[in-house]
Design a protein around this ligand. Structure first.
Ligand code: NAP
Length: 313
């Protein structure tokens, strides 16, 4: 029997995906949203978001994620928590196969799978995940209450993680490979004021020290070549993100870093396929730009479907 035909399938339930869902639902398009874990993506594990308009005191990412999901589902979109195993994005009817072997078909697809934290690439890093190495301060910070931790990186995530952890932990080392943070200025004062945050500038992590769990890191001063051991029980890696595009690499054009090539209209190299949020090439990856993409992608998908319908009549 033929699988049911949706107007739009959205892959990914972060802010871009759920905003696309909201707009598709309101446009009365038959819409299915597929999400691997839970609503919100990276946003859901962000403790405090201060730069999303409409929340004068800021908002926690988990609450915002749950509310975005509820708002989209008010407009009758379907939502399934299942991983996508493969996609076929060419042609006028696209097919999405999930891990349980079900095939879903749609006229248009919105790719909103976001990005995931990058690893440092150290040999022991993967084995020590869950044994002191973490990529999510808000998820795992509580395990390190009154302990010493190191945060690696110098962007917004590293800065926000260090501030969050400074409230829980005895001591936080912020290890950055340069002598200045890339993070927004708003974080700098808070970091300077936190008495238990120690900056370790111009330094790279050469080794994660451990027995059965993390016991410290070995860092190298890039200017002098000196090595030192920092004792810590937790290592929070915050060195940026990599796009979740493995599923599509032979189906839409990606840039050299693996992001889906698309501009403000969210169109990809494949007709009827749109990319929204952190997964696509763009200058600023934030919740506010992801939701904007979601709205544009839904609008473009609707326009594409209407044109297809007219052409086939
Ligand atoms: P990011 O801005 O790409 O910063 C990554 C940091 O890690 C940089 O400081 C970089 O150093 C460093 N780094 C990269 N590779 C490294 C390596 N192999 N070893 C050591 N250090 C390494 O990533 P992010 O902080 O995760 O932020 C990602 C996006 O999310 C950004 O657009 C950010 O604005 C956004 N974000 C927003 C918020 C918010 O607005 N509330 C919160 C978190 C994240 P260099 O500086 O030398 O390149």
């Amino acid at each position: 029997m033929d699988a049911e035909l949706y107007d739009v399938i959205i892959i990914g339930g972060g802010p871009a995906g759920y905003t696309a869902g909201l707009y598709c639902g309101r446009a009365a398009m038959k819409t299915l949203l597929l999400e691997k874990y839970m609503a919100g993506g990276q946003m859901a594990i962000t403790a405090h978001i201060d730069n999303y308009p409409g929340f004068p005191e800021g908002v926690d990412g988990f609450t915002l994620a749950m509310d975005m999901q509820k708002q989209a589902e008010r407009f009758q979109i379907e939502h399934k928590e299942v991983a996508v195993a493969s996609v076929q994005l060419d042609g006028t009817v696209k097919a999405i196969t999930t891990a349980d072997g079900t095939v879903y078909r749609a006229r248009a697809v919105i790719l909103a799978t976001g990005a995931s934290p990058r690893e440092l690439g150290l040999p022991e890093e993967r084995d020590l995940r869950g044994k002191g190495v973490s990529y999510c301060a808000t998820c795992d910070g509580a395990f390190f209450r009154n302990k010493t931790v190191a945060v690696i990186g110098g962007g917004d995530t590293a800065a926000a993680d260090a501030i969050y952890l400074s409230k829980l932990c005895k001591q936080v080392y912020l290890v950055h490979r340069r002598d200045a943070l890339r993070a927004a200025a708003v974080y700098h004062d808070a970091l300077q004021q936190a008495e238990n945050v120690t900056f370790v500038w111009n330094s790279t992590v050469e080794e994660i020290l451990h027995d059965s769990v993390v016991t410290g890191i070995r860092v190298k001063d890039k200017l002098t070549g000196d090595m030192q051991n920092l004792e810590c029980q937790g290592v929070f890696v915050a060195v940026g993100t990599a796009p979740n595009t493995k599923l599509y690499e032979d189906q839409v054009q990606l840039d050299g870093n693996g992001y889906i090539i698309s501009d403000e209209n969210t169109k990809t190299s494949q007709l009827g396929v749109f990319a929204a949020g952190d997964v696509r090439t763009k200058p600023l990856r934030q919740v506010v730009t992801a939701v904007a993409d979601g709205a544009v992608a839904a609008y473009m998908a609707e326009e594409y479907i209407q044109l297809q319908t007219v052409e086939s009549e």
